[in-house]
Design a protein around this ligand. Structure first.
Ligand code: SF4
Length: 502
């Protein structure tokens, strides 16, 4: 019988979560680097350059890869010859590890978990509880996988109960374009087939714990149906031309994982769960000899990429920019922003729109200003703000017309595409939508030189801040005439990829 001290499991979970907050898995770095090397779309290549530079900086600075430090999932295989010493349940030990990791003073992580999800949506303040899956297995060790999943990619999960004769490939190829770019590609898709509804979702999530190794499979060939699907879907999803950050390009997925399980004769359940540019997971085993020790990767594991914006880049002073200036900005153009911008995301937008409808005055004047959709990580040491990358803009779509028309806001900055109602509102108001790279949060935060809360203080990371930025790189994603690069880019690359194949 192996005795595992509860403190060893708690500390190991905490250490693993700190580790994955700033170290990408090496297989993921290698895969993004290979995709970067072969990418022909300039916009997608630039986005991957920023993801790789950000990743290296996070490893060096030991700060989060993304401002969304995720909701924690833990998979435990507990040996039947194991006894835990202490009076906490395994779930409580895991949650204590989460609490310890997310409030670590040297690298505070963002608490994103809300209790009462359809009610008060109150932040639990320490990112607990985790989602915990346990299996009792033969043996005398505890095998643990820890992952932290961003809300943007989790939001794009899909599930269907197909008919037994339906094609999995057709269904996946129908879903992926609908997922847009809010899951921050390039990344992986975990596909779970079979079992019951909940089993398909669980095995899809578990499949994402596997390393990126599609090239090995391509070299040796498929040995079963799941592997055939991996190969077929990897090729066909990339041929959709969606590309990094949905900007159009050769690589949308770095790998496809397929897990299957026996199912009922009447069913074919299938789930897709995407893993984003902030792929975060690791594994450890406890054998009673103390907490797990996770080896730090070597800095040489990261490629040294440089990213130059070029001399012709448009530089914009946010303190003096006018509606006339904005009309000149071209879709796909890189812009360096300097000056003062406001921030606000879901909760702030909802409150602003409620206040507008009641005729109440907003805490800040938005006229002629830019708002950045972000919920930053709290700063540590000398930082003015922690990692502060963009959040998914589509969630703000339903507020966009009211905010533009009632406040005179000039522009928005976020990640991924805008939906039709937001694009129409942008065009009608001759405003603009700019995108920053999702998954490059620490890099973006280096451009932020000052930060103060100017409204809705009670909303924590969702409060309205005023940021002072210097040369913050963004791309014009919807121009004042309503042209969206998330429509034109993938269309262009779909046509190019499929034309060269004929
Ligand atoms: S990379 Fe994108 S989807 Fe992933 S956690 Fe960050 S913002 Fe969310």
């Amino acid at each position: 019988m192996t005795v595992i001290k509860q403190e060893d499991l708690i500390q190991s979970v905490a250490d693993a979560l700190q580790y994955i907050s700033y170290y990408h898995p090496k297989d993921f770095i290698d895969a993004v680097h290979q995709a970067y090397e072969r990418e022909e779309s300039k916009a997608a290549k630039d986005a991957m350059a920023q993801i790789l530079i950000n990743s290296r900086m996070c490893a060096m600075g030991k700060r989060p890869i993304c401002q969304d430090t995720g909701i924690v999932t833990v998979f435990l295989n507990i040996g039947m010859d194991v006894k835990f010493e202490g009076d906490m349940s395994v779930e409580d030990m895991c949650n204590e590890g989460v609490r310890r990791a997310y409030t670590h003073p040297d690298n505070v992580l963002r608490a994103s978990v809300l209790a009462d999800p359809d009610g008060k949506r109150a932040n639990t303040k320490d990112n607990t509880p985790a989602i915990i899956h346990m299996k009792l297995v033969p043996g005398s060790t505890v095998d643990v996988h820890v992952a932290a999943k961003g809300g943007g990619s989790e939001a794009k999960s899909k599930f269907a109960m197909l008919n037994p004769s339906d094609s999995i490939v057709d269904w996946v190829l129908e879903q992926v374009p609908k997922m847009g770019a809010g899951w921050c590609p390039p990344g992986m898709l975990g596909i779970g087939i079979g079992g019951t509804a909940e089993k398909a979702m669980q095995i899809a999530k578990e499949a994402l714990l596997e390393p990126v190794n599609i090239q090995e499979l391509q070299a040796r060939g498929a040995e079963n149906r799941a592997e055939e699907l991996r190969l077929e879907l990897y090729e066909k999803v990339n041929k959709l031309g969606i590309g990094a950050q949905g900007l159009g390009g050769l690589t949308t997925v770095l790998d496809i994982k397929v897990a299957d399980y026996p199912t009922h004769a009447a069913n074919k359940p299938v789930a897709i769960i995407p893993n984003c540019a902030a792929t975060r997971h690791t594994h450890f085993e406890l054998d009673g000899s103390g907490p797990a020790s996770l080896k730090a990767p070597k800095l040489e594991d990261w490629p040294e990429i440089s990213w130059e914006v070029g001399d012709s880049v448009r530089r914009v002073n946010l303190d003096t920019v006018t509606p006339e200036d904005v009309k000149d900005w071209q879709p796909g153009e890189t812009v360096l922003l300097s000056g003062k911008m406001l921030t606000g995301r879901d909760a702030a937008h909802k409150r602003m729109v409620d206040m507008i409808s009641k005729g109440e005055e907003l805490p800040v004047d938005l006229k002629g200003r830019f708002i950045y959709y972000v919920g930053p990580v709290d700063p540590v040491r000398e930082e003015v703000v922690g990692p502060a990358g963009p959040t998914t803009a589509t969630r703000m779509d339903k507020f966009t017309r009211t905010v533009l028309e009632e406040t005179g806001l000039l522009g928005m900055i976020g990640k991924a595409e805008r939906g039709p109602i937001a694009i129409d509102a942008i065009r009608d108001n001759e405003a603009v939508y700019l995108m920053a790279v999702g998954g490059a949060a620490y890099l973006v935060s280096q451009a932020i030189k000052g930060a103060k809360v100017v409204g809705f203080d009670d909303l924590g990371m969702e409060a309205i801040y005023e940021f002072e930025v210097e040369d913050m790189p963004v791309t014009v994603a919807v121009d004042s005439k309503g042209e969206s690069v998330h429509q034109t880019g993938p269309q262009e690359w779909f046509a190019r990829i499929n034309a060269t194949e004929v």
